[in-house]
Write a protein that binds this ligand. Structure first.
Ligand code: XMP
Length: 317
């Protein structure tokens, strides 16, 4: 049985002895990075600076919302606006693994710059077991390079600390709850570090990311409302993906030729395997109608993904 109290006490004691001086942490507002930051904050207090990178690939209103939520936890949060750098880095990049590695490397460069400014020798990140297992850790094949593992350059200007490295998501949620995170964070659905860039198949341009950002917001809103109204239980994860192909549709009596959005929702324990969610048809219909209305300039068709993992993965890239 996983003992969260013992885990927290052991980690805080170990972090106290292993960190000398200042540390920075990469914070997204998700349960992993926030739990890791709180553990370090318990160990070194104000000597920790938490860095929220605005990559331009975050969800609607996410940076503003997370910044205040995290500051309310007593964390010292700095937001770095790196939107232009990330879009420039991904210009013309189509291949999923190249995308992931470029994003991972740029994250590290941004963190190195902040670490220099803060005179920090340590960098804390919320890596959990599936991140390094699926990134080809140990003897395994690389399924996908998780942003916090796969893109690491050989020479890094700080020491990396990963207090959650051996935990699975369900265990991190228990630790997050135990350590006093609000329910909104410890129950939050997972969101990948590379963000919406990997939910746009092919090149992640600003225009295409804007489309998927709106579609993701609609999927979240409709599913959360339906769950609150007891029409369904909230899935483990739910989002939209922009496919790189177009389909013919009809608006009034006019022919249109526009993008296709795939809606994905899955049930899982730890992300290592997953089953597609059996969402009620009326909820799927509301999602489809809303996406094709709100995004009518760009999207003419919505599909629901009924693939389990394996053989699919949760994200598309
Ligand atoms: P896949 O797509 O590998 O996803 O089946 C399994 C779970 O991991 C999340 N995921 C990531 N999380 N950095 C993260 O922090 C990443 O690079 C990353 N890629 C996938 C995914 O959202 C799902 O919950």
């Amino acid at each position: 049985m996983f003992n969260s109290k013992k885990f927290i006490n052991d980690q805080v004691a170990e972090l106290k002895t292993s960190i000398e001086g200042n540390a920075i942490s990469g914070l997204s507002g998700g349960v992993d990075s926030t739990t890791a930051a709180i553990l370090v904050h318990k160990a070194i207090g104000k000597k920790l600076v938490c860095v929220l990178v605005d990559t331009g690939f975050m969800r609607k209103n996410e940076i503003k919302h997370n910044r205040s939520l995290l500051a309310n936890l007593g964390l010292n949060v700095v937001v770095v606006d790196a939107k232009q750098r990330f879009y420039k880095e991904l210009k013309g990049v189509m291949d999923p693994e190249r995308k992931r590695k470029k994003i991972g490397r740029l994250f590290i460069r941004v963190f190195e710059e902040v670490a220099r400014k803060q005179h920090a020798k340590y960098f804390v990140q919320g890596t959990i077991a599936p991140d390094w297992i699926e990134s080809g850790g140990g003897l395994r094949d690389t399924i996908k390079s998780h942003h916090n593992v796969g893109g690491l350059p050989k020479k890094i200007g700080f020491k990396i600390l990963e207090p959650l490295r051996d935990l699975y998501k369900d265990e991190v949620r228990i630790v997050g709850k135990e350590i006093g995170l609000p329910r909104e964070i410890y129950e939050r659905q997972p969101f990948p570090g590379p963000g919406l860039a990997i939910r746009v198949i092919g090149e992640a341009t600003l225009k295409r990311v804007e489309i998927v950002r709106e579609a993701c917001a609609i999927v979240e809103e409709e599913i959360e409302t339906a769950s609150r109204n007891k029409e369904m239980t909230r899935p483990w994860q739910y989002f939209a993906v922009l496919l790189p192909v177009k389909a013919v549709g009809v608006h009034g009596d006019l022919r249109v030729y526009k993008y296709i959005i795939a809606v994905r929702a899955v049930e899982s324990m730890d992300g290592m395997s997953a089953a597609y969610s059996k969402i009620p048809h009326q909820v799927l219909e509301r999602i489809s109608v809303k996406i094709t209305n709100v995004l009518k300039k760009h999207v003419s068709r919505v599909l629901y993904d009924v693939t389990n993992k394996p053989p699919g993965t949760v994200e598309y890239e």
